[in-house]
Design a protein around this ligand. Structure first.
Ligand code: GCB
Length: 540
């Protein structure tokens, strides 16, 4: 958004400040400040007093401000945000101090920077958009209120629920279907029940994504003091060694890796862009996407529920390396916050612990075991995966701990550029090895090639629309063989749309592996993919 390169490239602190009046009539209510996404490190002040600091860019945090607010006059809310990444942040970044470690290569001296100059490079390619990226709320609630609802509901109608209040008071609840008919009622802060004749939530192509509302009432001294409504769905995810099942029917993931990225807004949440993206995903025949490489906005999760789009929800751990130095405790905390935020969404069918960690190191095993155990303990209803990139089936130390294995592969691009004839045999051999060793369902979560929209070359050459299209077609031939052998549980193109990256010799104004441009116009490859996806969706 900025027109200033210094601000765009700034590493360190920036400050946000805003005045806000809370009406005097709200005295007696409890107030919380809630931040949906502050990337990366944020400290919040109210009327000049420091309140809370938070680490990590894409998950919400809140702080109670009831006793610190000025009622009836303006309050100054200040947020200091720092985007510096290091080995102990998630995602990780690395400092490059040009002048501290002089490097001489032949006649070149790579130390031509002023004293103290450095860059901070993330272990990922997407541009590290920083700052307050999503909505900030002032939440007003009664003194005694409902804090949270957790509901686990399966497609035959049984459910387990828990309503948290912080106090022990009376809870009454009812369940409403999507025509607002009451289908169940009960009482108690936790328990289980059975709704007969339930309409399950289905991913698109398999049925309707029916939703229900769990409405809880908090009763104190025979008075209803708070009502909390949570949307949920009745659906079950299970898996065998070959397949994923939703509501006992095989589910094949037809989808995309994406980014929350657009011109001008960067990673700032934009409802119009979200709507366009999900409309295009449906137009393409997709039924699934992965929230590469961080949790996406909460509003998107609600839209996915409504539209029947299945989601692999990923923590912000992209490109982790340096075990055991990597920050295991922070990673676990992020996983807990992700599950806590998104646990009730029927669209979320799986938790992804990380994208392309360097799990060839022995030390990575304990690190990932702690994460897998946490995910299973927090949520026994969903499978857990990790997305592998740099490792292969022979040297990975962690994949046996998982329920489902995801693999990113770039045959014909990062591996054997130009050798399109080898894509097929390489991919089949590679993925069959993963299967043979681990015997779990496998999803290819990334494949593809860059193409500059409008760059046409016949015969094809790298970066042309033709080359991207041909890689995709060759990869699909391999997918079909793997599908016939019951080895593949899903496929996802990298990427849905072109996106901004940091500057690098391999990126020309961003990453161009999108099948849509950054402005969401279709490239040649989009039509190839659409034909395949609509055909696959028909078979589900
Ligand atoms: C990958 C990464 C993704 C990159 C992509 C690429 O394996 O998971 O974040 O954008 O490759 O295009 O290099």
């Amino acid at each position: 958004m900025t027109a200033d390169a210094t601000l765009r490239d700034h590493i360190g602190w920036v400050w946000y400040e805003k005045m806000h009046i809370v009406p005097e009539r709200d005295v007696g209510m409890r107030h919380f400040l809630r931040f949906s996404s502050v990337n990366y490190y944020g400290t919040v002040y109210l009327n000049g007093q420091e309140l809370i600091s938070h680490v990590g860019g894409h998950l919400p945090f809140e702080v109670e401000v009831t006793d610190r607010l000025l009622y009836g006059s303006a309050n100054k809310i200040t947020v200091a945000v720092n985007n510096t990444l290091s080995w102990s942040t998630i995602p990780q970044g690395d400092f490059n101090y040009y002048n501290l470690q002089p490097k001489v290569i032949g006649n070149w001296t790579l130390t031509r920077a002023p004293e103290g100059a450095f860059t901070d490079i993330g272990n990922f390619d997407f541009f590290n958009y920083a700052g307050i990226l999503r909505s900030v709320y002032i939440i007003k609630v009664p003194k005694k209120h409902i804090k949270d609802i957790h509901i686990m509901a399966e497609h035959r109608g049984s459910f387990i629920y828990e309503v948290s209040t912080g106090d022990v008071d009376e809870i009454e609840f009812r369940i409403l279907d999507d025509d607002e008919n009451e289908v169940y009622s009960g009482s108690g802060a936790e328990g289980k029940g059975q709704v007969d004749g339930v309409r399950p939530w289905w991913p698109r192509g398999m049925g309707n994504p029916s939703l229900y509302v769990f409405e809880a009432k908090l009763i104190v001294n025979s008075q209803v003091v708070d009502i909390y409504r949570e949307v949920f769905g009745f659906r079950t995810v299970t898996w065998s060694q070959d397949k994923i099942f939703i509501n006992d029917r095989p589910f094949y993931c037809i989808g995309f890796g994406m980014h929350e990225d657009f011109e001008i807004h960067g990673r700032g949440f934009d409802r119009a862009v979200m709507t366009k993206d999900l409309n295009l995903l449906e137009w393409m025949g997709g039924n699934c996407y992965r929230t590469t490489h961080y949790p996406y906005d909460e509003e998107r999760m609600r839209e996915n529920d409504r539209r029947g789009i299945a989601i692999i929800a990923e923590t912000p751990a992209v490109g982790l390396k340096g075990f055991p130095k990597a920050n295991n405790l922070l990673h676990i905390k992020m996983l807990e916050d992700l599950v806590s935020r998104d646990k009730n969404h029927p669209s979320i069918i799986m938790w992804s612990l990380a994208n392309e960690p360097h799990t060839e190191k022995k030390e990575s095993r304990n690190y990932f075991k702690a994460l897998v155990d946490t995910a299973h303990a927090l949520d026994p209803t969903r499978p857990v995966t990790t997305v592998y990139g740099p490792t292969n089936s022979g040297n990975d130390q962690t994949a046996d701990l998982l329920d489902i294995i995801c693999v990113n592969r770039y045959y014909g691009w990062y591996i054997n550029m130009g050798s399109l004839d080898w894509v097929n045999s390489s991919l089949i051999y590679d993925i069959a090895q993963w299967k043979e060793i681990f015997r779990k369902p496998i999803i290819i979560t990334e494949y593809g090639a860059d193409s500059i929209s409008g760059l046409n070359q016949e015969p094809s050459i790298d970066f042309s629309e033709q080359y991207q299209n041909e890689i995709i077609m060759k990869t699909h031939e391999a997918f079909d063989v793997l599908r016939q052998q019951n080895i593949l549980a899903g496929e996802m193109i990298w990427n849905f749309a072109d996106f901004m990256t940091g500057m690098s010799t391999t990126r020309a104004v961003g990453n161009h592996k999108g099948v849509f441009t950054r402005n969401r116009q279709a490239k040649m490859a989009a039509y190839t993919l659409r034909k395949r996806y609509l055909g696959l969706l028909d078979q589900t």
